[in-house]
Unconditional design. Structure first.
Length: 525
């Protein structure tokens, strides 16, 4: 297939990577940042998963855990940003791993990424359903707040997000731009209202030293519980790879995708900490906030309803619910682009279907794929006892976090192994890539081990008191999926999956002359 040269720098670089421009390149750098910032969504993960941190470690997890995770995630983000600048393609993590390590690395990275994308979409929209059901009841639409109501709203939200995503990329950019400002304004309002209007304000000593130990493992005590509670912040800091997945729709992608990742982490770290501290200082009673009979499994809702009058608590819940709807919408957008790119290279059954674009340059079938399997992932929330339904949400956050961060870690590891042979893009770390990448990898290994522990909701590992009633099914889910894709690889895929497939001719020499940093690294280093 021939290419008409010369083209814009973005299209030229994409052709060097092997692909013609199929998606509409209409996004600005701010839009690229906005989608990652929207998916990280401090008003989503920071609030919907707040109970995970509060029950594991307590207020100290909020006071000390959030900044700890923020710093460590920045190392991961810096390492990813360098790769996004060098390889600005929608394949993102999968493409980087394939280019640096070969098909087997790309295969496993792609599937970890896809699993994580589906799980994070499910967790986001389920959290949004929780807040939305509360809001609907607050404004007089009485649908109840039991798991049936929540799951029904969850299904409707997924349908809404699928329909809106099918409309086109211009609407996506507009919605995400509005969302970025909505999140910033929402955090400001949360901080002001809780800081000024809350009926209860805890002391600095309470927020920074009060502990809760629910680890129940017989060792480590509150320190181990604190580590488990880091899932709250770590889950929130997922999805910033969206800036890479939107590369083929972003102008000046070699720089803007990298900046989108870093700016998302920095802004989310600061704004998120202000939000979390405002909520924590406003806790009326810690025991009640942790009591499932009083908080319905979601402490933030209890805190707002018992610290503020009905007007302000209702308003803040509405702001949070809308932010979470923005977040879920953006997650479907990003995940569908990842699936589109993965399928474009023949890695997914029915690849021709999932890589097909509509007349509006949207991978509509990929959108439907993501939405459907996000729905399937949380069906267990309807199968467990009602009191344990939040466990399904917690497990989805674990699957999302582990799946995504393993996918983040593989290309970072390969970058470390290839060192000087790696061809940097215009945004790079220089000689600092080595220590930054090592710290990022150590952190990814630590959190993956922590969040995959097969605990029940009381914190018990397999022992005499362990129960399967409310177990974290993240390790079961991941083991089953990883086993399946490993068997698939060795039995079949290794014979036909060759990694990225070019759909353009090699560019003429003149097109890349004078641009050492933009030359393509060898396919099989």
């Amino acid at each position: 297939m021939s290419v008409n040269w010369p083209r814009s720098d973005d299209e030229r670089r994409l052709a060097e990577l092997g692909y013609k421009q199929e998606l509409a390149r209409s996004w600005s750098g701010f839009s690229n940042f906005a989608i990652s910032f929207t998916i990280v969504s401090i008003l989503t993960g920071g609030l919907a998963s707040y109970g995970i941190g509060l029950a594991n470690g307590g207020p100290i997890t909020m006071a000390w855990g959030w900044p700890l995770v923020s710093v460590m995630v920045l190392f991961v983000g810096l390492a990813m940003a360098e790769l996004a600048s060098a390889y600005p393609t929608s394949g993102g993590l999968y493409w980087w791993a394939s280019e640096l390590g070969g098909p087997i690395w790309g295969w496993f990275t792609g599937w970890f990424n896809l699993i994580g994308q589906i799980a994070v979409t499910a967790a986001i929209d389920y959290g949004a359903a929780i807040f939305t059901t509360v809001v609907l009841n607050v404004i007089g639409i009485d649908i109840g707040t039991d798991r049936t109501a929540i799951f029904s709203v969850f299904a409707l939200i997924l349908v809404l997000h699928a329909v809106l995503n099918a409309i086109g990329p211009h609407l996506s950019a507009l919605i995400n731009n509005i969302s970025a400002w909505w999140h910033v304004g929402g955090v400001v309002l949360f901080v002001l209202v809780l800081g000024i209007g809350a009926e209860h304000h805890q002391s600095v000593g309470f927020v920074f030293t009060e502990t809760v130990d629910n680890s129940a493992v017989g060792f480590g005590g509150v320190a181990f519980s604190f580590l488990l509670g880091l899932l709250h912040a770590q889950y929130t800091f997922t999805g910033y790879d969206a800036s890479a997945h939107m590369s083929e729709e972003t102008r000046h992608a070699s720089r803007m995708a990298a900046k989108g990742i870093i700016n998302t982490i920095l802004v989310s770290a600061v704004a998120g900490y202000l939000l979390i501290m405002a909520v924590t200082f406003a806790i009326p009673n810690l025991d009640d906030a942790l009591d499932p009979a009083k908080n319905s499994g979601y402490p933030v809702i209890y805190i707002l309803e018992n610290s503020l009058n009905s007007f302000w608590s209702g308003l803040l819940l509405i702001i949070a619910a809308i932010a979470q709807l923005f977040c879920g919408y953006a997650s479907v957008t990003s995940a569908s682009r990842m699936l589109f790119a993965f399928a474009r290279d023949g890695a997914v059954p029915g690849s021709a279907l999932w890589s097909k674009l509509s007349a509006r340059k949207v991978p509509v079938n990929a959108v439907l794929f993501i939405s459907f399997f996000a729905f399937v992932l949380l069906i267990p929330s309807m199968l467990v006892p009602a009191a344990n339904a939040p466990t399904a949400y917690a497990a989805a956050t674990s699957v999302a976090t582990i799946g995504l961060y393993i996918a983040y870690g593989i290309p970072i590891l390969l970058r470390q192994l290839h060192g000087r042979r790696f061809r940097t893009g215009p945004w790079h770390l220089g000689h600092r890539y080595r220590p930054i990448g090592i710290v990022a990898l150590i952190w990814i290994v630590l959190i993956s081990l922590l969040f995959i522990l097969p605990m029940d909701d009381r914190g018990y590992l397999w022992n005499d008191e362990f129960t399967w009633t409310a177990v974290n099914y993240a390790p079961i889910t991941l083991a089953a999926v990883v086993g399946a894709i490993a068997i698939w690889w060795f039995v079949s895929a290794r014979r036909w999956f060759t990694g990225p497939r070019r759909n353009v001719d090699e560019p003429p020499v003149a097109a890349t002359a004078g641009s050492h940093r933009h030359r393509r690294s060898p396919r099989r280093p």
